[in-house]
Design a protein around this ligand. Structure first.
Ligand SMILES: C[S@@+](CC[C@H](N)C(=O)[O-])C[C@H]1O[C@@H](n2cnc3c(N)ncnc32)[C@H](O)[C@@H]1O
Length: 351
């Protein structure tokens, strides 16, 4: 009888299992906290509090135009998740959310969260289907390229490019500080989106000139971004398609979050094109959320690779050792790997 087995003393294994499910459940329900933060970013909670806070629950609710039913639970959940602070009933940002999630600040990284909120969160709901079929689960699900699919809608294009600046803002500053730029004069960021990376490099190194190579639709966004950084005389847009065209020449070419979008043959073709475009002594910098060589520690890099399943027909992330091997096979004489920031590291190949 079922009741009788319930009365049996627990074995050591049962006891271990009985004390251990917290971490499992926390991960399994991670989407609750994730979805709450993404909605807060999308609704502009942090921007509102940065400009008008501290605010009590009713004033914040009215400013965000939320229904009364769950507003207080929403704000207090953000307090419990460490994203807001509350004192005497008034809500304000934490130091981090004030710096990184206020749309009015140049340090804003919420573009990435807004894209995750509007696009990726829904697409990841089909991960199981992607794992079964090996097919992307996003706007390009019916075939074609992600970029063809999202670049036809100006709002999605703009959101995607802002998200890329959000992903790469910290990495850009780390890259500006951790490469011997004094040995080089020119840099072109291949698939550089708005130009966040060359802008940070040029701001930190006044002798550097160059720009962004990207698809034609991206040009106006690069021009606006570069001009607003006061760098219109040193950085420009190079229009092109890296499958159809050769890459422009510069002392340093950068490919940030590019190779992971493509399959193995496409990766090799892009590395070969970079090698051909560089002068002797020139450098290719590849940065990515590189997977650790043992493929067991950098969960972010491994999940990013699953994100490539969701987003692309053949893309995947890779380890630093993989990347250095490909660069050497393409002819680069010297290669090395260096950590940049958070999950991102770079592999450098010197021609
Ligand atoms: C994942 S984003 C990376 C952006 C940026 N490098 C970063 O790390 O934030 C990929 C970039 O590659 C560009 N791209 C995609 N296909 C391209 C092509 N065929 N030729 C040139 N650029 C392309 C996209 O427009 C986009 O800016």
């Amino acid at each position: 009888m079922a009741g009788m087995s319930d009365a049996r003393p627990m074995s050591a294994t049962d006891q271990r299992a009985a004390t251990a499910p917290d971490a499992i459940l926390q991960l399994g329900f991670g989407f609750w906290g994730s979805r709450t933060l993404l909605s807060a970013a999308e609704l502009g909670v942090f921007t509102e509090l940065a400009s008008a806070g501290p605010l009590d629950a009713e004033s914040l609710r009215e400013r965000l135009d939320l229904h009364p039913r769950s507003a207080r639970d929403f704000f207090d959940a953000l307090v419990a998740l460490g994203m807001l602070e509350r004192e005497d009933g008034a809500y304000r940002n934490t130091d981090e959310t004030d710096l990184f999630l206020d749309r009015a600040k140049p340090t804003y990284v919420g573009g990435l969260l807004e894209m995750a909120s509007r696009r990726l969160y829904g697409h990841w709901n089909n991960l199981t289907e992607g794992l079964r079929t090996g097919q992307p689960q996003n706007e390009a699900k019916e075939g074609g390229s992600l970029f063809d699919a999202i670049y036809t809608d100006p709002a999605t294009l703009s959101g995607f490019l802002k998200a890329m600046s959000g992903v790469s803002a910290g990495v850009a500053r780390a890259l500006a500080a951790s490469f011997p730029w004094e040995r080089h004069q020119t840099v072109i960021d291949v698939g550089g989106a708005e130009g966040c990376v060359p802008v940070q490099i040029a701001l930190a190194h006044p002798h550097i000139n160059g720009g962004v190579f990207d698809l034609p639709q991206v040009g106006p966004f690069v021009e606006e971004y570069v001009t607003s950084a006061g760098l219109g005389d040193r950085l420009r847009f190079y229009e092109g398609d890296f499958f159809a065209d050769p890459l422009p020449s510069a002392d340093v070419l950068i490919m940030g979050h590019i190779l992971h979008d493509w399959d193995m043959d496409e990766k090799r073709m892009l590395v070969d094109k970079a090698y051909a475009a560089l002068p002797g002594g020139g450098a290719l910098i590849v940065y990515e959320a590189l997977i650790d060589d043992e493929r067991r520690a950098n969960a972010h890099g491994l999940l990013m690779s699953l994100n490539m399943l969701i987003e692309t027909p053949g893309g995947f992330d890779y380890t630093g050792a993989d990347c250095q091997k490909w660069l050497r096979e393409a002819g680069f004489g010297e290669t090395y790997q260096q950590h940049l920031l958070g999950p991102d590291s770079m592999v450098v190949g010197i021609k």
